[in-house]
Design a binder for this molecule. Structure first.
Ligand SMILES: Cc1cc2nc3c(=O)[nH]c(=O)nc-3n(C[C@H](O)[C@H](O)[C@H](O)COP(=O)(O)OP(=O)(O)OC[C@H]3O[C@@H](n4cnc5c(N)ncnc54)[C@H](O)[C@@H]3O)c2cc1C
Length: 381
């Protein structure tokens, strides 16, 4: 018996285990493989950004950006966090909210949500980041955005959780959850063992969440698995990246890695088999990525490709924001998944808010947009 069981040792599960333990709760985290073996692992770095995010995520993103710079010190282990700002570039005007005509409105909304940002004109952009393609007219700069090392962050949360008394068990696959009569939840492990969670379960199993909720609660969770393809290229002589670069209408995000390579991502999925959990790089996606980078940072157009990776899958939802909610019929089970490529940056704030909800019983305002209901998630029973 334990007060809380956290299922999944990615960044969300590890951060929540730490957060619960730091408020005095008794926690056991069960991980099917090893820590950071899902979307929170793999090569490169992950963006920690609020700039350009869905407006409904901004309260969480703002809080996360307050927490990130403190984490190394609080956790007593490195997260690799670096705050170098993000330039989101705008070229041609297009219909909708991706064109430069929308910039003042976005600045207003982001600032109102507590996310500092400013419009940068072409002359200033050249000073801030030489080498941006000619057709770019403006950028939206958010100085508080940055990047961090995702597996290191996950392990840092886990280590700090253990130091506060949490138990972490790897190679421990959860098969099913069952509601106990007294409001507890019985966690069934693949070994046949059971663990009773007297106060709650945090389901942070990401791509296994739909299956677990289908089997345990008859719930159809409308999410799919997406293995974003990332490319690493050699930085040409003299090339420097002063900030992360994003693009308002291209699937492109540009970061420097610790090894001195340039990492190109942005959300295009490579091949992925959800049954085996194996990704296969897609040459067409690589071609599109290189075309996007050539149109944004021409110095990288002919850069040597050193690696392509799509070994990790995140879960996506139709409106591209996560589900963070309780499960109908199992109100002490909290599901947090469907990150749509944003879960890493948000994790410290999500963990804090989930902890408040689980311990105090009231859904924090910052989690209100992320209901199951909005997706038409339906019970099959
Ligand atoms: C290539 C790529 C680039 C990305 N870039 C960014 C970015 O720049 N910024 C950003 O914010 N986000 C980014 N993301 C998204 C982010 O990495 C994820 O949203 C985040 O890591 C999700 O964390 P998680 O803990 O929920 O899930 P995961 O890290 O997937 O962890 C889930 C864990 O649950 C375990 N598990 C599964 N089933 C069971 C079970 N039955 N029993 C026990 N354990 C189980 C798994 O083994 C896994 O370790 C990116 C994702 C990818 C793949």
């Amino acid at each position: 018996m334990v007060e809380y069981v956290v299922i999944g040792g990615g960044v969300v599960g590890a951060a929540t285990a730490w957060s619960l333990a730091s408020r005095g709760a008794e926690v056991t985290l069960l991980e099917a493989n090893e820590l950071a073996s899902g979307a929170s692992g793999g090569p490169g770095r992950r963006g920690v950004r609020a700039n350009g995010r869905d407006l409904r995520e901004l309260p969480l993103a703002r809080r996360a950006l307050e927490l990130w710079p403190e984490l190394d010190g609080i956790l007593g282990a490195p997260t690799g966090y670096r705050r170098n700002g993000l330039l989101r570039v705008y070229d041609v005007e297009i219909a909708g909210v991706s064109g430069w005509q929308s910039l003042p409105a976005r600045v207003q909304a982001q600032r109102a949500a507590g996310v500092p940002c400013e419009i940068v004109d072409r002359a200033r952009l050249d000073e801030m980041q030489p080498g941006i393609a000619e057709q770019v007219r403006f950028a939206l700069y958010a100085p508080n955005d940055g990047t961090a090392d995702h597996p290191a962050t996950t392990r840092a949360f886990a280590k700090a959780a253990v130091e506060l008394g949490a138990i972490i068990i790897e190679q421990s696959m959860v098969d099913k959850l069952a509601a106990g009569r007294d409001g507890s939840v019985v966690v069934h492990l693949a070994t046949g063992d059971r663990l009773r969670a007297t106060r709650g379960v945090i389901l942070a199993a990401n791509r296994s969440a739909p299956r677990l909720l289908g089997d345990s609660a008859g719930l159809s969770l409308p999410m799919w698995e997406k293995a974003t393809q990332i490319t690493f290229v050699t930085a040409p002589p003299g090339f420097t990246l002063n900030h992360q670069i994003g693009h308002s209408r291209r699937s492109l995000s540009v970061k420097m890695t610790d090894e001195g390579h340039v990492m190109l991502s942005g959300g295009r999925p490579g091949g992925w088999d959800p049954v085996s959990g194996v990704g296969t790089p897609d040459p067409e996606v690589l071609r599109s990525t290189m075309a996007d980078v050539a149109a944004t940072l021409p110095a990288l157009a002919d850069a040597e490709v050193v690696a392509v990776d799509n070994s990790r899958a995140d879960t996506s939802t139709i409106d591209l924001i996560p589900v963070i909610d309780t499960v109908p019929g199992m109100e002490s089970v909290f599901v947090a998944a469907g990150w749509s490529g944003h879960g890493f940056a948000l994790a410290p704030a999500v963990a804090e808010a989930l902890t408040t909800w689980a311990l105090d019983g009231t859904r924090p305002e910052s989690l209100r947009p992320f209901t199951l209901d909005r997706l038409g998630a339906a019970s099959r029973n």
